[in-house]
Design a protein around this ligand. Sequence first.
Ligand code: S3P
Length: 430
Amino acid sequence: MADRRLAKPKNGLNGELHVPGDKSISHRAVMFGSIAEGKTTIHNFLMGEDCLSTISCFRKLGVDISLMEDEVIINGKGWSGLIEPKEILDVGNSGTTTRLIMGILAGRPFHSVLIGDESIARRPMKRVTDPLKLFGTHIDGRNGGDFTPLTIRGGSLKGIQYELPIASAQVKSAIVLAGLQAEGRTEIIEPQKTRNHTEKMIVEFGGSVEREEKTIKVLGGQSLKGTEVFVPGDISSAAFFMVAAAIVPGSNVILKNVGLNETRIGIIEVLEKMGATIEVLEHSKQGEPIGDIHIVTSELKGIEIAGDLIPSLIDEIPVIALLATQAIGTTTIKNAEELKVKETNRIDAIVAELKKLGASIRATDDGMIIEGKTSLNGGNVHSWGDHRIGMTLAIASLITKTDVYLENAEAINISYPQFFKDLEQLLISK
Ligand code: S3P
């Protein structure tokens, strides 16, 4: 595939933008609609490749799902509406699909096989297969249940108590989904708070789940009812334009109807701490909170990003690394070793690619250290097949002295198929 030559701004980024629907919430809405009874309508669904993989898997499990522009309609028949798939379930590049669907299949009395692309084949799954085995399900995979292809023969489950060894919403959600089908109560203790979209969605679908500090409790035997889901704009997609507006001279951008769930807004905290001029106007606090984010070109300073903040901005770290190249002083990112097991090793990927553009950045065991402010050069860079690395490099190209050529820009279709169109809109708005 030819390299993509990236656009250069004349007057900064300007205007208003609605970013596409949240990826995490879109996946979950399809899953909950599929296990609930009755009709579910999902508005502002993210039609990215990952979420389409989730739809394809549930169709293979016998669920009636139809798509219309950015709407999805599911005619759910409850847990028992899922049937033994005749075909292998292909999760594509999607870790969320793989891990959450395992929690559902764990309690279904049939056999299924999960497979994905070469990135998925490298991602650790034992973190999910181990706790699911404790429920009494039969699940296996390459290397003792750690890698795809995975096979599951579900059945009757018994609730468990489980202390998560890592802060992972995907693992937590898989256990919660199994817990909904198990006999008795399931309790999960999180080391740090992670995104809580699964818990919120259980309530939206008429179920119940409790939270006390770091413990989540869910009762088995719950049946859910189809509903209407409004997916907010994805803050992880908005993050690319927040950073772009902060670092490209002459920018003034409003991102409309972005999801502001408290477990996802670490990027806003980072921008504020770095000294960015950013305003958040929340419209609604019910269910998933939503609001507009206004951000303009800013003078930035380096900061430390670590601890409990990390899970709330884990997917934004590649673009935060770029932001830090434009901040005066040192930015240190710690406790982010989970980045090594994302779509790529995101520490290695972002350090290597930003270095090619002249950034002063180095990898550490659990993050990276960036010195700023540096002026970046053009050159040839690679997405590593990772959507967020690709988008970060596309934003970097807006401030480089010469052109940037991005190899494998198609990876961006995983979470943001209209990314270049939206970027173009902000570049020509003034
Ligand atoms: C996600 C959780 C995060 C995140 C991923 C989506 C989710 O992964 O990185 O992009 O939808 O639950 P972990 O839960 O593995 O940290």
